[in-house]
Design a protein around this ligand. Structure first.
Ligand code: PMP
Ligand code: GLN
Length: 392
């Protein structure tokens, strides 16, 4: 038979699926794929359960149910002071994953260039390539993941159509500062490009830092597509409800992409998320406070065992340098081998950070651990790692 799609034939199964399957196989504690081990708020789940029984189970409106689009517009105002018209500027998607693809489809033609920042989420490059566009990747360096400004400026050129970036950033927990966003906004204006802003961890931010949407900066309102995820904001990752806020000039294109991808998204889950977005400020504050305590618990334990723990200011994740520990116990494999090794022999799963790189030369001595788990689960994972790496 003739070969099917060449590009898809050349890439592997996502690392999150691979490592979760390995964790199940070895009954290890899964600190790999990022998902909480407790459900989100009861009232949100109850609202979705009630909505299943209220006789509105047919196709909801293509752009999303009005209640949720209104709730997204209100949240934009409440948290960032953005005035958004829910009817013309909000689109609901099946997860941020679909939202990223829809936004890229909305602006890219084949041959356009897209500036990306490495380490990057694993769908960015495949989708850009499948659309016939060209990734221009700039790499951040650990441990501080600062923006290499000259390289970013050099990545923008006459063919650049968009930049796609993530703040707070998976896997490294970087939170873009106002100064960095201002720098990016100047390049975006200078080169007349669009910005796709993956802000799924907007409410998972620590150390008193503030999430700043690029969309709030001068000149960015009509050029930015801002993506949120109910999975992260309400600890309901299986629901796959995402939302895009984009100006009225861009939203029709985003929606034409969405209508050709999934057309619409489960109506009861949308109604549940609308209840969630209307929750009081205390809910959103406690989400961060609670996660920050878990971050600190896992970070302290990993450091005690001998991992080099890199700072993380947002997201579900801690990046660790396992080189000092590996040297101590005589382990000399790369990050993929290390994550497999600890899954099999220590009973704890992590994600190799090289999975977040597309271009050659990725660092191979970092492992990412998720801390969105119950404290007792984090403690048990730490106890297992401690036992495994005890000086023998
Ligand atoms: N972007 C980033 C940076 C993520 O970490 C995730 C997590 N899965 C997504 C997008 C996708 O979000 P969703 O589950 O809502 O599709
Ligand atoms: N975003 C999650 C992570 O980084 C995983 C999402 C997925 O499995 N596709 O772990």
């Amino acid at each position: 038979m003739r070969g099917a799609n060449t590009y898809l034939g050349s890439i592997g199964t996502t690392i999150f699926t691979v490592m979760s399957a390995l964790a199940t196989e070895h009954k290890s504690i899964n600190l790999g794929q990022g998902f909480p081990d407790t459900d989100g708020p009861d009232d949100v789940v109850q609202a979705a359960a009630d909505a299943l029984k209220d006789g509105r189970n047919q196709y909801p409106p293509m752009p999303g149910v009005p209640e949720l689009r209104q709730a997204v517009a209100n949240a934009n105002k409440r948290f960032y002071g953005l005035d958004i018209d829910w009817a013309t500027e909000v689109t609901v998607t099946s997860g941020a994953t679909e939202a990223i693809t829809a936004c890229l489809m909305a602006v890219l033609d084949p041959g356009d260039e897209v500036v990306l920042i490495e380490p990057l989420y694993d769908t960015y490059v495949p989708v850009v390539r499948m659309l016939g566009a060209i990734p221009r990747i700039v790499r951040l360096a650990p441990p501080n993941w600062e923006l290499p400004r000259e390289q970013i400026a050099a990545a923008f050129g006459p063919k650049t159509k968009a930049i796609l970036f993530n703040t707070p950033m998976n896997p490294c927990g970087k939170v873009f500062t106002l100064e960095e966003l201002t720098f990016l906004s100047e390049l975006i204006l200078k080169h007349d490009t669009y910005a796709i802003c993956d802000e799924v961890y907007e409410h998972l931010i620590f150390d008193g830092m503030k999430h700043i949407p690029l969309m709030t900066l001068p000149g960015m309102r009509d050029r930015s597509m801002r993506i949120g995820s109910a999975g992260k904001t309400f600890s309901l990752t299986g629901w796959k409800i995402g939302y895009i806020t984009a100006a009225a000039n861009l939203t029709p294109l985003v929606q034409k992409a969405h209508q050709n991808l999934t057309f619409t998204t489960a109506p009861n889950l949308q109604r549940g998320v609308a209840v969630g977005l209307a929750k009081d400020d205390a809910y959103f504050a406690s989400l961060s406070t609670d996660l920050q305590a878990r971050r600190d618990r896992l970070a302290a334990g990993l450091a005690e065992i001998g991992f080099g723990v890199l700072p993380t200011h947002g997201s579900y994740f801690i990046t660790t340098d396992f080189a000092p520990l590996a040297a101590r116990v005589g382990f000399n494999g790369d990050d993929v081998a290390f994550c497999r090794h600890i899954t099999e022999y220590a009973g704890v799963t992590a994600i190799p950070v090289s999975a977040f790189y597309d271009e050659p030369g990725a660092p191979k001595h970092y492992a990412r651990f998720a801390f969105c788990k119950r404290p007792e689960v984090l403690d048990e994972a730490l106890a297992r790692l401690k036992k495994h790496f005890a000086v023998r």
